[in-house]
Design a protein around this ligand. Structure first.
Ligand code: HEC
Ligand code: HEC
Length: 219
């Protein structure tokens, strides 16, 4: 008995996202059950194949919980997700987040090009986006994404900064455009608004394209 509760306490301490009465593995298993209704849009194991529906696989649990809470309390606005989040309790959110954090994100399919020009255009876009991701734009004070989202776009778990790697470019463009316009502003600090507002639409497209090609890394 003593041993068991010690293990629980330790698991809770390490992950920060386990409720008192459950082990991490129990939470993940429960989360799998609770996420059945998410599959139609977010895909099997959170690997959505539709460009407007974000992949949730391997996303940081803390970030996922924050977003679900924000959909529920209306600070992040999306009509579909508002209705869905309304039906989830705090424990549901934790279990579902632990489940998705435990999955492996699938890479985006290789791009198919009709011509050498098209391929060259794509490669230029990826190079420009990679430069912005790593270095930002000092003159215009666009912060380097790497500082918060990490060298492999794996995010930052303790800070609940999201992983971005292998996410659909279409969804990334939408997210950045929503930050830019102020439509998405569910955190007090509003860091992403301050950054996106300085980006041109071309830069948004370039960086989103680059991030979508970043592949899975163990982290
Ligand atoms: C009918 C489609 C649909 C279903 C079903 C659905 N979602 Fe979503 N979800 C969306 C869309 C669309 C977005 C993107 C919203 C936006 O653009 O801001 C989203 C966004 C999210 C996000 C934010 C991801 C991020 O990277 O910021 C989370 C978390 C999420 N959904 C969790 C869930 C969970 C958990 C379930 C099941 C309980 C679920 N969704 C079911 C359509 C759906
Ligand atoms: C100072 C830290 C910081 C920097 C620098 C930063 N981000 Fe973010 N980013 C965040 C945080 C925090 C969030 C989560 C915001 C929220 O919860 O609403 C986020 C969210 C995002 C999202 C939404 C992810 C999703 O799944 O919906 C995208 C896309 C994104 N950032 C792209 C970028 C890009 C591109 C850059 C570089 C040009 C960048 N970020 C630089 C902190 C940062």
């Amino acid at each position: 008995m003593y041993k068991k509760s010690f293990a629980f306490a330790l698991a809770a301490l390490l992950s920060g996202h386990v409720h008192a009465e459950m082990t991490h593995a129990d939470s993940v298993n429960t989360g799998k059950q609770k996420s059945i209704s998410c599959v139609s849009c977010h895909g099997e194991h959170g690997n959505s194949t539709m460009p407007m529906f974000p992949k949730l696989a391997q996303q940081n649990a803390g970030y996922l919980v924050n977003q679900l809470k924000a959909f529920k309390d209306g600070t992040r606005k999306d009509p579909i997700m508002a209705t869905i989040a309304m039906s989830l309790t705090d424990n549901d959110m934790v279990d579902i987040a632990n489940y998705y954090a435990d999955q492996k994100i699938a890479g985006e399919p290789e791009e198919v090009f009709d011509s050498a020009e098209e391929r060259a255009e794509h490669e230029t876009l990826v190079a420009q986006g990679g430069d912005l991701y790593r270095n930002g734009d000092l003159k215009r004070e666009v912060s380097a994404c790497i500082a918060c989202h990490g060298p492999f776009s794996e995010g930052n778990k303790p800070a609940a900064f999201p992983a971005l790697k292998s996410q659909h470019a279409t969804y990334l463009v939408k997210a950045l455009t929503d930050f830019k316009s102020g439509k998405r502003s569910n955190t007090n600090e509003n860091m992403m608004h301050m950054i996106a507002v300085k980006m041109t639409d071309a830069e948004i497209k370039a960086v989103a394209t680059r991030i979508s090609t970043m592949k899975l890394r163990e982290n």
